[in-house]
Design a protein around this ligand. Structure first.
Ligand code: PEP
Ligand code: MG
Length: 561
């Protein structure tokens, strides 16, 4: 716990969505009453009867997810629909039946079956490991139905509140109403957790990794600062309301930012969008962006068992390019399959440590045709749409990889770049730039690999933080290499979506920032409010700070008036 300026107690965490909010704490508890569980009579005539009770509960849980999904859209709806599918999953049902046949009562059978799936998902790592939270959420809901208790998690708050939780299940965050949920505070979770992604999409101020959050008494008035990462308990009411009003005014002003990206003194910085498919590209094309800085092509194929033909791929990429055919440009990233993004036709199975395994560009080591066909498809889409197309490869670790990739891309008449996600690429950025036309820093992976901390690990939020001075040092080295070579160096990881960090990156020499469309206006407006000199000063302050909290404080003091 830290002490705020007026000596009131404040908790501290990792700020992930900017904004100030003030309201009573609503604690989200995930446990089901132990009494209800103890009193549960799990006696059934036979295994079939017990299984029928399970199926009824599973259907009720799935129906609940479907109902919630129908009230939301985009990523939130996808998360809920996926949870509904998992609740009805046949494999899970079969595992329950097996446990029942082995003599377990129904609650033990459900627990045993979920445990088996948790182990399988955890061993797969990455995105699949993240689904463990969904599984445990489903187990709690199943048990609640079986013992006749209401489902745990976030109910519909009746009045505006600050939600405080150990961690929020995706199904909880997906149905949130920003008019009633003023802010989110969680004990666990990092900048790339589900909670953070959904909060960003909804524009709800959010602080994660607040270690003592659940010690706050229900109803305590909290002042949440999504920029500074603090949660003040029972602050002075007039002061809190003044800060909330000032923040609301600033957010309103920021929401009218219309581009193009530049600092207050007119240094241009390209503000770009991250997209996943044609739908997100069309929606992002309406934002004040100069193009797409990251098209994650692998996300088009998460459900595909077979590699699509070159023609089919060209059609898919063409739809994204066409959305930016009005003299803007699109940076297409070649397949980043593997690890947290499993793609059936490309991912190597059974790796001990998929994040350090054959992912991204490495997939072409034993399957060069995969990349060749994708590049043919991108070139065809570029030709058909006439949209300026740049192509970059993920997970590049050596200059030789960059050189070989650039040759393939140049042969097809397109601009070639590589992502800087591995520390070796940052350290050799100057040599990478001899081969390629541009670099794009993936701060999500660069942070993971620099800090040796799984980007999905909810307990390591303080390490998987792009404000870590070591990560910033590598960004600075890369940006400086770009400056010397006179070639563009962008950032397309989540760091670019943090308005203050974005200014720091620009101060280091970063020339473009690519982010989820929801972050475009806050970032563009913040950048437009500071001079390049101030950005450079902020970069120096962040680089010399001892830790992320110190870096944030120093930068905020310099840039926020
Ligand atoms: C990154 O690693 O920062 C990045 C942009 O790539 P992804 O998040 O898709 O791994
Ligand atoms: Mg990455």
């Amino acid at each position: 716990m830290v002490t705020s300026s007026d000596a009131r107690p404040a908790l501290r965490g990792t700020p992930v969505v900017p904004g100030i909010a003030y309201g009573p704490a609503l604690l989200v508890r995930n446990e089901i009453s132990p009494d209800a569980i103890a009193q549960y009579d799990g006696a059934f005539a036979d295994t079939d009867d017990a299984l029928a009770a399970y199926e009824e509960a599973a259907q009720a849980v799935a129906d609940g997810f479907v109902r919630k999904a129908s009230g939301v859209s985009g990523a939130a709806a996808q998360v809920l629909t996926a949870s509904a599918g998992l609740a009805r999953d046949k494999g899970l049902r079969n595992a329950v039946r097996k446990q029942l046949r082995a003599g377990d009562d129904l609650l033990a059978a459900v627990h045993g079956a979920v445990e088996q799936f948790v182990t399988i998902f955890s061993n797969m790592g990455g995105l699949m490991a993240e689904r463990v939270t969904d599984l445990l959420d489903i187990e709690r809901r199943l048990v609640a139905h079986l013992v006749g208790e209401p489902e745990p998690g976030v109910g519909m708050p009746e009045a505006p509140c600050v939600l405080v939780a150990e961690d929020l299940a995706p199904s909880d965050t997906a149905g949130l109403d920003p008019r009633l949920v003023l802010a989110l505070v969680t004990e666990r979770g990092g900048p790339t957790s589900h909670t953070a992604i959904i909060a960003r999409q909804l524009g709800i101020p959010c602080v994660v990794g607040v270690v003592e959050a659940m010690t706050v008494a229900a109803g305590t008035l909290l002042l949440v600062d999504g920029v500074g990462g603090t949660v003040e308990l029972d602050p002075d009411a007039a002061d809190a309301q003044r800060r909330v009003a000032a923040d609301a005014e600033q957010r309103k002003a920021f929401s009218s930012w219309s581009g193009p990206g530049a600092t207050a003194d007119g240094v241009p910085v390209k503000i770009l969008a991250n997209v996943a498919d044609a739908e997100s590209a069309r929606s992002a094309s309406g934002a004040p962006v100069q193009g797409v800085g990251l098209f994650r092509t692998e996300l088009c194929f998460l459900n595909r068992k077979e590699e699509p033909s070159v023609e089919e791929q060209a059609g898919i990429y063409g739809e994204v390019l066409a959305a930016f055919g009005d003299s803007r440009y699109v940076v297409v990233r070649t397949l980043d399959a593997g690890s947290d993004k499993p793609v059936a036709f490309a991912t190597h199975e059974g790796e001990e440590n998929p994040a350090l395994g054959v992912r991204g560009l490495r997939l072409s080591f034993d399957n060069p045709g995969l990349m060749d066909r994708q590049l043919d498809a991108v070139a065809a889409a570029s030709e058909q749409t006439g949209t300026e197309t740049w192509v970059m490869a993920p997970m590049v670790a050596t200059v030789a990889e960059a050189t070989e990739f650039a040759e393939k891309v140049h042969r097809r008449g397109l601009k070639a770049g590589v992502m800087v996600e591995v520390p070796s690429a940052a350290l050799l950025a100057h040599r990478m730039l001899e081969a390629v036309d541009f670099l794009s820093i993936g701060t999500n992976d660069l942070t993971q690999y620099t800090m040796a901390a799984d980007r999905m690990a909810t307990d390591l939020a303080h390490l998987t933080d792009p404000w870590q001075p070591a990560v910033l040092q590598l960004v600075a080295i890369t940006a400086e290499a770009g400056r010397q070579a006179g070639k563009p160096v962008g950032v397309c990881g989540e760091a670019a979506a943090d308005p203050l960090l974005a200014c720091v990156l620009v101060g280091m020499g970063i020339t473009s920032l690519s982010m989820a469309a929801a972050a475009v206006r806050p970032v563009g407006a913040r950048l437009a409010s500071v001079t390049m000199d101030a950005c450079e000063e902020a970069a120096e302050a962040a680089l010399s700070a001892a830790d992320p909290a110190g870096a944030r404080d120093a930068v905020r003091a310099l840039l926020v008036r």
